[in-house]
Design a protein around this ligand. Structure first.
Ligand code: ZN
Ligand code: CU
Length: 487
């Protein structure tokens, strides 16, 4: 007997197929029936008239490795309709780690684990509201094995790095990630990355990359990513596809053409995008502390700034004029202060037209790249990404249709990242579901007021349990750390 029946829903099943009206029942965490369900006595009946029922959204690009334990209710994701997150992106993952030390991802939580099995125990012990899938990060394993060494690894170091990748894959990671713009990833040559990418091939894993360049040398960076995928024989996920800097705007058309050409030759390549014209990350990674780029400094806003909390939410140029300094001097003043290196900034460097071009492309999925530091003023993508695509780009601008948007938040994401039996409203699948109002759904988080939950998301089920009900968090934590392609 089902525990939940959702009646008269407009079902968008995640495959891209047209919507249809029907009932869906849930039993023991799974979707039991779809169609016209004759009533029986159930725990919960939901009238979904005029609402869309879709597979729960999968945020394929997150830095939620630590947040699953720090904020197990994961309000900023659940309130967007997300039921699973992929962690370990941009080369920074919470595994491997040294017990008792800070993890080498963006959260820096204290690790009670060494590997993915230990991390899984720790996360599941916190009862997170959403599921997670891990990528093992190159920056993390390079820092563990080589500290700050800039040269190529010696044979022993390379072997140890390979072993970390293999162990993570054995324990259920979906692949290997790089952040080749960041230290220490930027010191790695293509051969080093290729060698490690090859270690995921026997497991059928993927290569997810924050590429070496996203501005003047974007196209060369795409070539490198495609080369690594082709040589290693694995699928490539290009992270947060963008062209930064005014003189590069429009280039995403050319990089998507490169992807299309590679796919036509048999390569497996997909991408993700967040629907905003600003990026965000650790400020110390974007500037030469001795000589900060004055042009970039013009477009920087501060998200988290533990050294000067009063600067959070403000533009560097405004702080600079107040301090009677140049923008570059202000960047230095912040980065050299105690805790200054923990500053997270927002860079206003992209073009709206490029966001639209990305969203129109069939192989582009949605990923927030949100950085879950809730003490500051995070980039609004942390709270707004999925409803923003559905409200602003689907309903208001008609950039893509709802079925296509849902597919690129669900089945495509699950197929590529190996979330087995998820991403489709299909009998037997896990009941990860979102019920939303297509006429209302919209982000309300802004750069000025970024921690606001979106509107129009009604209910969210994770593994058949209600995580979000009529706009309220139930505090039920039914999420798990998933294993790649396992039932
Ligand atoms: Zn990145
Ligand atoms: Cu990222």
């Amino acid at each position: 007997m089902p525990d939940t029946v959702i009646r008269n829903a407009t079902i968008i099943d995640g495959t891209g197929a047209p919507r249809f009206v029907g009932d869906v029942s849930i039993e023991d965490g799974h979707i039991a029936e779809i169609g016209e369900i004759s009533s029986s006595v159930v725990d919960l009946e939901v009238d979904a008239t005029d609402l869309v029922l879709a597979p729960g959204f999968v945020d394929v690009h997150t830095h939620d490795d630590g947040a699953l334990m720090q904020h197990p209710d994961m309000t900023f994701k659940v309130s967007q309709g997300c039921t699973s997150v992929v962690v370990g992106n941009c080369g920074f993952s919470a595994i491997p780690a040294v017990t008792g030390e800070s993890t080498l991802d963006l959260s820096g939580v204290e690790a009670s684990w060494n590997d993915l099995d230990g991390y899984r125990d720790a996360v599941e012990g916190s009862n997170p509201a959403v599921n997670a899938m891990m990528l093992v990060g190159h920056n993390t394993i390079r820092t563990l094995e080589m500290k700050g060494e800039r040269g190529a690894p010696n044979d022993r170091q390379l072997l140890r790095m390979r072993e970390h990748v293999e162990l993570a894959m054995q324990q259920g990671a979906c692949g290997f990630s790089t952040g080749l713009i960041y230290r220490p990833g930027r010191w790695a040559d293509t051969e080093e990355v290729l060698d490690l990418a090859k270690a995921v091939a026997p497991f059928g894993g993927i290569y997810a990359t924050h590429m070496r360049n996203e501005n003047d040398h974007l196209l060369e960076a795409v070539d490198e990513a495609l080369h690594i995928g082709a040589e290693a024989g694995i699928a490539v996920q290009i992270s947060h596809h963008k062209a930064a800097g005014r003189r590069n705007w429009g280039k995403v058309t050319e990089s998507l053409a490169k992807v299309d050409a590679a796919v036509a030759q048999g390569a497996r390549v997909t991408l993700d995008v967040y629907p905003y014209t600003a990026g965000s990350g650790p400020m110390v990674q974007y500037f030469d502390i001795n000589n900060p780029d004055p042009e970039l400094a013009q477009v920087i806003q501060l998200a988290s700034c533990p050294a000067f909390r009063g600067y959070e939410g403000r533009m560097i140029i405004d702080i600079a004029s107040e301090l009677d300094m140049s923008a570059s001097e202000t960047v230095q003043h912040i980065l050299t202060a105690p805790e200054g290196k923990q500053t997270i900034c927002i860079q206003h460097v992209m073009d709206e037209g490029d966001v639209v071009t990305n969203l129109r492309h069939d192989r582009v999925m949605v990923g927030s790249d949100g950085i879950p530091d809730l003490t500051g003023r995070p980039h609004p993508r942390l709270f707004g990404t999925f409803p923003r695509v559905l409200g602003r780009y689907v309903r208001e601008q008609g950039v893509l249709d709802l079925e296509s948007a849902v597919r690129r938040m669900t089945s495509l994401s699950c197929d590529v990242h190996g979330l087995q039996d998820r991403g489709r409203v299909a009998v037997g699948n896990w009941a990860d579901l979102v019920l939303f109002d297509p006429s209302l759904v919209l982000d309300v988080a802004s750069y000025e007021d970024p921690k606001r939950e979106s509107v129009g998301i009604n209910n969210v089920w994770v593994n058949g349990q209600l995580a979000f009900e009529e706009g309220h968090h139930t505090q039920i934590g039914a999420g798990r750390v998933l294993r790649y392609r396992e039932h």
